[in-house]
Write a protein that binds this ligand. Sequence first.
Ligand code: HEC
Length: 432
Amino acid sequence: MSGRIVRAMLVLGALGCIPGAAGAQPAAAPVPTFTKDVAPILQRACQSCHRTGSIGPMSLISYEEVRPWTRSIRARISRREMPPWHVDRTVGIQKFKDDPSLSDREIATIVAWIDGGMPRGNPADMPRPRVFADAEWWNIGTPDLIVTLPEEVVVAPAGPDWWANIEADTGLTEDRYIKAVEVKPGPGAAIKVVHHAVASIVTTDGSPTGGTLVEYAVGKNGDIYPDGAARLIKAGAGINFNMHYHSVGEEVRDRTRLGIVFYPKGYVPKHVMRTIIITNSDDLDIPAGADDVRTDAYFKLDQHSRLVGFMPHMHNRGKRQCLEAIYPNMAVEQLNCVNYDFRWQIVYNYADAAAPLLPAGTILHVTSWHDNSAANRSNPDPLNWVGFGQRTTDDMARHWLTFYPMSDDEFRAQVTERLAGQKQATEGQGQP
Ligand code: HEC
């Protein structure tokens, strides 16, 4: 090969690496365009929050709306801060329901578009606008029971974020099995100020039927349980609404509601789901200014179980939380880690084909890390020790976990089905 040809190839190769210059070279990928490549990603992953009347600070629908925000978008998506979804992608299970997060490829597409000069592209490529359901619409169908905040909450035009726990009666006089649940702010403009709402069942007798029921976060549609699976809500139970309100420059009133669809009376479900909190509040001992302060908590499963979903819950110093399974033979498997951000309370529901199936005797081990240093931007007071407490300024290390126990036979059946599914998937991948 002559020296000249080699040099020409090197130059070509180098040009291919410079974003923006790529369009000039037939060999390199063309710069993505807004209408064809970027708009569909924003529709799927951003517009539920970033549109007029929702919680995002700006609308990301038209080219004109997106253009001024591209610097900030580039930074936020590259750091994976947007969309809010904090599962560590390098550890454990990655398949979840309602996962809005961007793939590496989607991030690369948006970045290449921004770095390549943000071409608008052919208007004919623009996808049809995404249609959003009326805020009054229940995705779970018409609820049999609606539990509403006891009083309207008035969110002032300006003020600090407000985290509140508000309890409401259900008025239930008999035990019922839940088929589907959904929580939503309302009416009207309330969607702008409700950052999140987590509804939990409160039992007076401390029975294990309590715990997180469902969370509202923009873009989620409520939970419809698979046929045969249910949550039990007992007569006299209350609902706790854990709310995060955020002022938006105008006075907005909210009366968040929980809708429940029941199974028919007398129905006996095959699986009854339980939500537990794995926590170790006594050991929460976070010195002033300290980072990476670790606490461990454990829970032993007495029966074979299928994990359905989880929600880390810490406060301002919360940094990271991991869940691992210690099997009866002492083999250890990392299930998930979450890089925690207190401003977002997210329930991560496993995809059906990925929900962990754990034999009786498995110990669930939760590790939490807190950052009480000044480097933590959410830290209200790095100069003081902090321990467990209910106030936002205290801290917590809780892992809400939903699972259902199973018989021997059923566990074996589910494991067999899972292995068959995995085998099929692997064989499928092997095909050309
Ligand atoms: C679940 C709702 C939600 C989704 C989905 C979401 N955002 Fe956001 N976004 C917010 C909220 C609320 C804020 C303001 C608070 C903050 O900065 O974290 C925000 C802030 C931002 C900012 C910072 C704006 C500034 O002031 O500089 C950018 C940029 C952004 N989002 C881009 C995106 C992009 C791009 C997507 C999709 C890939 C996305 N967001 C998805 C709710 C959301």
